[in-house]
Design a protein around this ligand. Structure first.
Ligand SMILES: NC(=O)c1ccc[n+]([C@@H]2O[C@H](COP(=O)([O-])OP(=O)(O)OC[C@H]3O[C@@H](n4cnc5c(N)ncnc54)[C@H](OP(=O)(O)O)[C@@H]3O)[C@@H](O)[C@H]2O)c1
Length: 279
């Protein structure tokens, strides 16, 4: 998709990878709406990129419901939606309290699925659009100490790959981004919180050269390029490539098995001007 003049929404864009994504999309000529909880940061980022912002707490179901509509009201329509907001859990799984577990599932999984559902309907009714899911290498590689987080990222990758099959004959593109450790506050938190429990795992992974740290700009640039070229995956760093390929094999087999199967994807009633898409 040519990004010049397109409307792009990035969640979790007040810092880290999301802030760099906003920067790269704006550099490509898009109008970017940045969303998160920190109003001051969002306002500064929106100002720097001639964009706009909305505050939202995506762990609150009442704020998740209707958030796509708020964005459409602000922008007119949405061309690209980036589900980037996410939170980590770095501790022994049995030490996590219920509130922390609910929080990570609500933000990383529940909000992502509901926003994807709502924005996919909007895009189907318009006849175009692209959705980016910020997953992680921990979706395919088990990571003791990040157990709940890794589970949520596996859920998002697998959900998105099933959705890709459902939508494959429609004009909606999906890119699943799966970075390794990336130099942001989240990774700092994981490294500093891990002294007691996760440190032995990190030490072993480091010894095996398994934890090279990416710059968030690299993840952001590769993601924007993938949207421009309608690429299904961003997998960084390259040394993790074999893990992704092995984990993805059953999905590729199912994709082949689906050849010739046609699914009718209903076009939402809001806009009956566009004909239905079939799979
Ligand atoms: N860093 C890594 O090593 C790494 C590796 C692979 C994948 N990822 C994924 O990349 C994405 C971004 O991570 P990051 O490293 O940039 O993390 P980060 O620096 O901690 O930024 C997280 C972003 O999410 C927003 N956010 C957190 N809770 C929110 C909530 N309840 N409602 C709305 N927004 C919320 C934060 O903004 P506010 O606090 O202002 O709300 C912030 O903008 C995440 O999905 C993460 O899982 C990160």
């Amino acid at each position: 998709m040519e990004l010049k003049g397109r409307n792009v929404v990035v969640t979790g864009a007040s810092q880290g990878i999301g802030e760099r994504l906003a920067h790269e999309f704006a550099k490509a000529g898009a109008h970017v709406l940045v969303a998160a909880r920190s109003e001051d940061r969002l306002a500064a980022i929106a100002r720097n990129h001639n964009g706009s912002f909305l505050t939202v707490d995506l762990t609150d179901p009442d704020q998740v419901d209707g958030f796509v509509d708020r964005c459409v009201e602000r922008l007119g329509h949405i061309d690209v939606w980036v589900n980037n907001a996410g939170v980590d859990t770095s501790a022994a799984f049995t030490d996590l309290d219920h509130a922390t577990l609910r929080n990570v599932v609500r933000l990383n999984v529940e909000a992502t699925m509901i926003l994807t559902r709502d924005v996919a309907r909007h895009m189907l009714s318009r006849g175009s659009g692209h959705i980016v899911q910020m997953s992680s290498v921990s979706a395919v590689v088990p990571f003791p100490g990040l157990t709940a987080y890794a589970g949520t990222k596996a859920a998002i990758t697998h959900f998105s790959e099933s959705l890709r099959l459902e939508l494959s004959r429609t004009p909606i593109g999906i890119t699943v981004v799966s970075p390794g450790p990336t130099a942001t506050e989240m990774w700092d938190r994981i490294e500093s919180a891990s002294v007691d429990f996760t440190e032995p795992v990190l030490r072993r992974f480091r010894r095996l050269a398994f934890l090279p740290t990416l710059h968030p700009d690299k993840v952001a640039r590769a993601t924007v390029r993938a949207v421009e070229r309608n690429r299904p995956h961003v997998r960084l760093p390259r040394r993790y490539g074999p893990f992704h390929l092995l984990a993805h094999l059953p999905r590729q087999l199912v994709t082949m098995t689906m050849a010739g199967v046609r699914l009718d994807v209903p076009v939402p009633a809001e806009d009956s001007a566009h004909p239905g898409h079939t799979l």
